[in-house]
Design a protein around this ligand. Structure first.
Ligand code: 6MZ
Length: 349
């Protein structure tokens, strides 16, 4: 029963070509959840526990409980392979030509899955999709979950570095994510600095909740290569001009996820979304899904929402998606992506 999720009905805004902020286990679709549930009936998990439907809201804390449920369902190499391949195919079916997936390597004692095998399996999924001719380029960011502390963060950076060197550039960066109310960014500075020094690109979740101004001041000094959310950076929502100035100084792109922020209640309504603040300033801002499975969305829908909420024309949408290319972490692909964008762009304007 697909009606539990609002799926896109329009193909008007097919400018959705580049997805830069997608957490693997948050992107698991309803049909994949059904396959996982069939593999593990003893867990008694229903779809209502793994997704936030249209019109529903949750606190951010409740969203993090949802990820825990999904993690119970995805705990073997076989699961990871299926989930990653399904997610890649679904983004491709939505018209996405370049996808940066991110995921937190997990060790599962009960199934024998190791963090190294976890990453290898995601890489295997990317390679299999490529060999099967799925029309999408995929790159991977290894994620640090802030809940796991500084030591694990440092181990994760080492793992990411190994894979960056051994996969011929499929692993391109490091993400800092997880419950923003847990821990402090200062604890992760050494790991993030090490990642940057070894050539990994950094995408950091910053100011996702209001209390993070101090942390953002600190982490923006690194500086990161992209910012996830940045919901409370600007002065109108309790951030500060100094934070905005830092972001502007380095021209650091923002990854903006409208449905995620509204359903997770960090933004009160679509029209209040900080997209407008940064967009009006001409600052690089990329529309992304965050967790398309959990928030029941996809990239077309996110572009469509931005267009209808902020009164953007089709041409504005294409320009917005075009600018995303320069924000990707795969400079080797940028020329090819520009070419693809030119071929796909309608000649309506
Ligand atoms: C912060 C988030 C997130 O890594 O198991 N994650 N972190 N803010 C968000 N906004 C809603 N959405 C997802 O995917 C799930 C993990 O991604 C992070 C959390 O650490 C979550 O456990 P993976 O593939």
């Amino acid at each position: 029963n697909l009606s539990v999720c609002k799926l896109p009905t329009s193909t008007v805004f097919q400018s959705n070509r580049f997805e830069l902020h997608a957490h693997l286990n948050g992107s698991v679709s309803f049909s994949t959840i059904e396959k996982l549930v069939a593999r593990k009936p003893h867990l008694n998990i229903e779809h209502g526990m793994t997704a936030i439907r249209s019109g529903q809201r949750r606190t951010l804390d409740e969203c993090f409980q949802v990820f825990k449920v999904i993690h119970q369902l995805v705990d073997t190499e076989e699961d990871i392979l299926m989930v990653a391949k399904d997610v890649i195919r679904e983004f491709a079916a939505d018209g996405v030509k370049y996808l940066e997936l991110r995921s937190t390597p997990r060790k599962e004692k009960t199934t024998g899955m190791t963090k190294r095998r976890y990453v290898e399996t995601v890489i295997e999924a990317i390679r299999q999709c490529k060999n099967e001719g799925v029309d999408i380029e995929v790159r991977f960011l290894v994620a640090v979950d802030r809940r796991n502390g500084a030591e694990v963060a440092m181990e994760t950076v080492k793992l990411a570095e190994d894979f960056m060197l051994s996969t011929g550039g499929l692993v391109v960066g490091l993400d800092l994510s997880g419950d923003p109310t847990v821990g402090h960014g200062r604890d992760f500075l050494p790991a993030l600095q090490k990642a940057k020094n070894c050539g990994l690109k950094l995408s950091l979740h910053l100011s996702e909740v209001p209390s993070q101004a101090d942390e953002s001041e600190l982490l923006l000094n690194i500086p990161p290569d992209r910012i996830g959310h940045g919901t409370f950076l600007h002065p109108e929502v309790g951030g500060s001009q100094s934070l905005v100035d830092k972001v502007r100084k380095h021209n650091t792109p923002l990854e903006l996820c409208l449905t995620s922020n509204v359903k997770g209640q960090t933004v009160s309504s679509y029209s209040q979304h900080h997209f407008l603040y940064w967009y009006q300033m001409g600052h690089p801002s990329v529309i992304c899904t965050d967790d398309k499975g959990v928030f029941c969305t996809d990239l077309s829908q996110e572009y469509q929402l931005a267009a209808s909420t902020f009164n953007l024309s089709q041409e504005d949408m294409w320009t917005l998606s075009h600018k995303a290319i320069d924000c990707t972490f795969a400079p080797d692909l940028q020329q090819q992506l520009h070419q693809k964008w030119l071929e796909l762009q309608p000649t309506l304007f």
